[in-house]
Design a binder for this molecule. Sequence first.
Ligand SMILES: Nc1nc2c(c(=O)[nH]1)N[C@H]1C(S)=C(S)[C@@H](COP(=O)(O)OP(=O)(O)OC[C@H]3O[C@@H](n4cnc5c(=O)[nH]c(N)nc54)[C@H](O)[C@@H]3O)O[C@H]1N2
Ligand SMILES: Nc1nc2c(c(=O)[nH]1)N[C@H]1C(S)=C(S)[C@@H](COP(=O)(O)OP(=O)(O)OC[C@H]3O[C@@H](n4cnc5c(=O)[nH]c(N)nc54)[C@H](O)[C@@H]3O)O[C@H]1N2
Ligand SMILES: [Mo]
Length: 632
Amino acid sequence: MTITACTMDCGDACSLIVDGEKKSIKGNPRHPFTKGFICKKGTRYFERIDAEERLVTPLVKENGAFRQASWDEAMGVIAEKLDAARAVPESILHIHGHGYRGIVGTASSVLFERLGSSTSYGSVCDDTGIVASQRDFGVLNHNDPEDLLNASRIINWGRDVTRCSIHQHALIAKARKNGTEVLTISPGGDETAEFSDVNIVIRPGTDRFLAAAVLKLYLEAGDLNPWVLNRTANWPTLRGLVDGLNFAELCMACEVSSDDVEMLYDWYADTGNVATLIGWGLQRHLFGGENVRFINALAMISGNIGVRGGGAYFNISSGRNLGTWAHLVKGGASSGSRRELLIQNMGAEIKKADPPIDFIWVDGHNVVNQVPDCLSVVDAFRKPFVVVVEGFMNDTAMQADVILPPAFMFEREDVLGSFVHNCVNHCAKAVEPRGECRSDLEIIADLAARLREPLLFPDSETCIREGLKKADISYDELMDNGFVKVKHPFIAFRNMEFGHPDGLYRFPETLHPEPARDSDYPLQLLTLVSGKFLHSQIREEDQRGVPVIYVSKQNPAWAALNPAEDVYLVTEQGAMQVQMETVKELHNRAVVMRRGGWMKFGHCANVIIKPMTTDMGNGTAYYSQSCRLENR
Ligand SMILES: Nc1nc2c(c(=O)[nH]1)N[C@H]1C(S)=C(S)[C@@H](COP(=O)(O)OP(=O)(O)OC[C@H]3O[C@@H](n4cnc5c(=O)[nH]c(N)nc54)[C@H](O)[C@@H]3O)O[C@H]1N2
Ligand SMILES: Nc1nc2c(c(=O)[nH]1)N[C@H]1C(S)=C(S)[C@@H](COP(=O)(O)OP(=O)(O)OC[C@H]3O[C@@H](n4cnc5c(=O)[nH]c(N)nc54)[C@H](O)[C@@H]3O)O[C@H]1N2
Ligand SMILES: [Mo]
């Protein structure tokens, strides 16, 4: 039995008890947040480790086909290519995702930073909401998640806790048992009734108008708390902005009835404290940052910031309790400024890069599958020499010149934090790596040592000991216990002290209109997380047949099309065949598809999603993709 932890890209970051012989995975009952129960993806992780189709030796592409190679041969070829590319460091491109998390796992980022390579900027995940929250609060922080239990009411703006976080789901269920009421605002079609008393269906992408409409009711009621207003730097500007808005127009913009807006106002304004949850979905829109900022503004104006049972929850930083070990690497030279390519437009960015990209290293990221316009990424990967560190023959691995097989979680050690709670977990090695798989650190250290001007990497224990210094975490306690809870104030921003230099809160000062619907593409494509899988980490056998999309029976396409004939999902970017099913209470212009399916099975929506950047943090506006459905 080994106490270890999950390193998948999920905020719950579970502490686990793994029996390597019996191949059993259980939750660690002693962990204060994950409390001994875990999700299906976690329970079934040995299916991934032991999967027949897993790649367990290095593979080298020759005449368009892969053949097995020894580590020595593969690394020799790579080192030679990398040495040649080092003459122009920008010609090297490192693309790193969050396919696995942990501080030892940052090894490749450390190496390529030292080499002065090009890197990516922008975000496929949560930077829009992070930057929005930082603009408001000055820093990224929220109350301890357990404080949800102290809320009289929880207002959940689009967080699908049944799928994205079973432990927040459990906390909400416990709070409800104690009388907390829950209202969810979302485009619907999820199992929101499972965790909510009331659901408001909203037009996707338009939460800022709903929040602004409620702010308008606050202004009309005139019962604003002077202490709250005193702790803000720019209330007159927001008041002026909201004063100038028309209530009926705001309701129309978000397609929420005035009755529902008034109900939401009552939920915020009644006695007792209200916790505001902000999901990741509503920031994957063109004005996702403004959406988050108007919701935060409502939490603030209603007097729910800095108080028990209140708070606005977007994220905390999973790295807040861990430091870097990069300075322990010997050799190379930190380059200062590096060339950056926008992640969500990677195909076009590589093609226009000057000096051109000659060498690409991808790890922990199924980038060819996960970024918009992914066919252009396939195209851009043709010319450079591409190394992919990946355990499955997914869309990215297929484009590689060399594939290196990584040890997965439980097969190597790491330490990681969570973007939801304050525990730091030890992901101990519980089984030997399969076949010839090697940990990412070993791979990087080996490569670095082979270079003409070599670099020397520390071992994983040294990396971990160094990383723990930042929050003064005891190495021995972490090793013995499997996790350490790092102390942070239970209530964030107590006394309304914020992170800006003047200690005051900042309201948003603009409200952008939602772009008009395109009459050729009147529907909106939401590619939401799947409950069963983490992103594209889906078994091949689960991707047979035509992918399913969901619409409501009130969707104009449902009346117009014959589902028995072939149905195509069409955008300006292209078309894909889908199977159309109905789901209850989904917004009538929304089309829902669960994300992560592979291009090679015709399941990848990113083929027809165009690169669009959100208003803050260079996030990806996946959900602003307009589309239509047609029979062909
Ligand atoms: N259409 C659409 N696309 C989206 C989104 C969307 O909303 N809509 N959302 C996005 C979001 S939120 C995110 S976070 C990204 C996620 O996108 P990615 O970061 O690409 O996530 P995964 O698809 O999980 O791919 C991670 C890969 O890492 C590999 N891996 C696992 N463990 C290890 C390891 O120890 N070492 C190495 N080297 N590799 C490992 C896995 O096998 C897997 O293939 O996708 C984004 N893509
Ligand atoms: N099982 C599983 N869990 C995961 C992941 C996974 O792949 N699988 N991925 C992890 C990662 S990296 C991330 S980023 C999170 C994502 O976690 P979530 O935030 O739950 O993910 P999304 O699927 O992007 O968005 C979910 C919800 O947002 C709603 N939504 C979409 N647009 C809007 C809008 O404009 N307004 C409102 N109010 N609601 C909207 C949708 O209806 C949906 O219910 O999950 C993490 N947990
Ligand atoms: Mo994400």
